[in-house]
Every structure is written in structure tokens, then in C-alpha cells.
Design a protein around this ligand. Structure first.
Ligand code: ADP
Ligand code: MG
Length: 261
């Protein structure tokens, strides 16, 4: 289990410090965790902080281990991270890109075992036919899948995915979320998703940021995604109905604020 303890972080801007969160305490569970919250609520900042890319205050714990105090090698063994922005530019092939995901374990020579893991993850994402293609020549959605494969290939204990389904078609969104839900027991996936219906369909655990640097709520999809939450956090009037499994289905109706036509 991964959790943050009194996590605080402000960006330094020309106009002074911009606080994103203060004393944030969030716990994630094993399985598929989804972070929700409006634009600018700090979802990406939270993932970057957990991965150690930002100089936050507070502590990140993985079980009894202090992640904040870990060296970079231990951190990258424990976690992988897929950033929101895909700025990767690479002359490598898909196979080579995904192989890079195994870097912490790679010896001087690529072993059969490494190639086997790469082909296995490409197959589970249905993209094995892309293996010999050049990364730069892929579509946005295909690139995204390759970067997801890179994050998954090592079987890290914690996988941080910032908007992994963006730019994927509907079928691939469903397939990827299904795969993330069914990953090996004991792995914690922490993913930012914007699609609430996808989140409630697949997440084991949902964390909602309130847009003001605080945690709004956390729990099962049914506990967290409510009409009240949608109104208070997203400023949206919506109806939430439950299917026969008790899972919420959200129909957004309108914004709570007046929109000038
Ligand atoms: P989210 O991912 O939830 O949309 P972010 O974590 O990207 O939100 O951003 C949280 C807040 O921090 C926003 O107000 C955003 O404008 C600000 N922010 C993000 N990145 C930077 C940066 N590099 N420098 C200054 N402010 C930033
Ligand atoms: Mg973001």
C-alpha cells in the first residue's frame, strides 16, 4: 500500500509560490486506483511528487518503506511512471522502447528473458505487430500503448499512469482498463482518468481531489462518485444511477454555473 503523509507542494512562479496541495494525506490500495479531480486540481503534480520528480514536503510511504528517502535506483525499481505529456521523441523501434522499460534490470547484454517479457506485454496489449516499427512513425494512440507497455514491462509494485487512455479509441480504452484492473495481485496502479464512467467501471479504489489542494474523498466507486461529489467538485449537475451490480453510471446534465451563449 502506498500513502502520502502531510504532502505539501507549491510551484515557484514569477508571481510567487503557487500552492497545489497542503498536508495531503492519501492512501492507495493494491489494485487499480483512479485519481479524479477537475483540471488543475493537482493530479499530475501528485503523481510526479510520488515518483520523486518534485521537491515536496512530507513523506511518501510504501508499506513500511520511506519512499521519500529512497535513492533513485530503489525508487525506479519500485515504481514506473507514465507522464501525461507525450513528448517522447525516439528513433528506436517499439521493441527497443519497451525493452528500455526493463532498464533497471537489464544487464550488459539483453537476455532471452528480457525479450520474452517485452513480447508478452506487447501481446497482452494487442500490439505485438508493432514491435519492429519505428516509434516516431506511430499514431498518437499507438505511441501511448507503447509507453504503457514500457511502464508495465518490469512488473513494478507501483505503476503511476497519468491519463493513460487519452488518445486511445474506445475499444483500447476498455481493453487497457480491463488489463489494469486484472494485473497481478499486489501491484498498485495509480492512474489519472478523466472519463468518470470508465473510472467507476474498472477502479477498485477512487481518490477525489477537491480542486483546492485537499482530498475530497476516497473509497469505492459507489462511495466516491455521487451526485453530490459531481456538483461540489466538478460543478456539474448529473444523475447517478446504479446497475444491477451496484456500480454507478453517470449522466452529466449541465454545468452548475451560468454559461454565456
Ligand atoms: P491536473 O493534472 O489535476 O490538471 P496539475 O497537477 O497539472 O493539475 O496542476 C496543478 C496546478 O499547478 C495548476 O494550477 C497548474 O496550473 C499548476 N502547475 C502545473 N505545472 C506547473 C509548473 N510547471 N509551473 C507552475 N505551475 C504549474
Ligand atoms: Mg494532469
Amino acid at each position: 500500500m502506498l500513502r502520502t503523509e502531510n504532502l505539501s507542494f507549491s510551484y515557484k512562479t514569477k508571481k510567487g509560490p503557487l500552492p497545489v496541495f497542503q498536508d495531503l494525506n492519501v492512501s492507495f490500495s493494491p489494485g487499480f486506483n483512479v485519481v479524479l479531480g477537475p483540471n488543475g486540481s493537482g493530479k499530475s503534480t501528485l503523481l510526479k511528487s510520488i515518483f520523486g520528480l518534485l521537491p515536496y514536503e512530507g513523506t511518501v510511504w510504501y508499506q513500511k518503506e520511506n519512499v521519500t528517502a529512497m535513492g533513485i535506483d530503489d525508487k525506479t525499481k519500485l515504481m514506473s511512471y507514465l507522464p501525461q505529456m507525450d513528448t517522447s521523441f525516439s528513433v528506436l523501434t517499439v521493441l527497443e522502447m519497451v525493452l528500455l522499460g526493463r532498464l533497471p534490470e537489464l544487464g550488459r547484454k539483453v537476455k532471452d528473458e528480457d525479450l520474452h517479457s517485452v513480447m508478452e506485454i506487447l501481446a497482452s496489449l494487442n500490439i505485438e505487430r508493432l514491435a519492429p516499427r519505428r516509434f516516431t512513425e506511430l499514431s498518437g494512440g499507438q505511441k501511448k500503448m507503447v509507453l504503457v507497455a514500457q511502464a508495465l514491462v518490469r512488473n513494478p509494485k507501483v505503476i503511476l499512469l497519468d491519463e493513460p487512455v487519452n488518445s486511445l479509441d474506445l475499444q483500447k480504452q476498455l481493453e487497457l482498463c480491463h488489463l489494469l484492473r486484472c494485473l497481478e495481485e499486489g501491484t498498485s496502479i495509480i492512474a489519472v482518468l478523466h472519463d468518470l464512467n470508465l473510472a467507476v467501471q474498472f477502479a477498485h479504489h477512487i481518490v477525489v481531489l477537491n480542486g483546492k489542494g485537499k482530498l475530497y474523498g476516497a473509497g469505492s466507486p459507489r462511495e466516491t462518485v455521487t451526485e453530490k461529489m459531481l456538483r461540489e467538485v466538478y460543478g456539474v449537475v448529473a444523475s447517478v444511477n446504479y446497475d444491477k451490480n451496484g456500480r454507478p453510471a453517470i449522466s452529466a446534465i449541465r454545468s452548475t454555473r451560468d454559461v454565456v451563449a
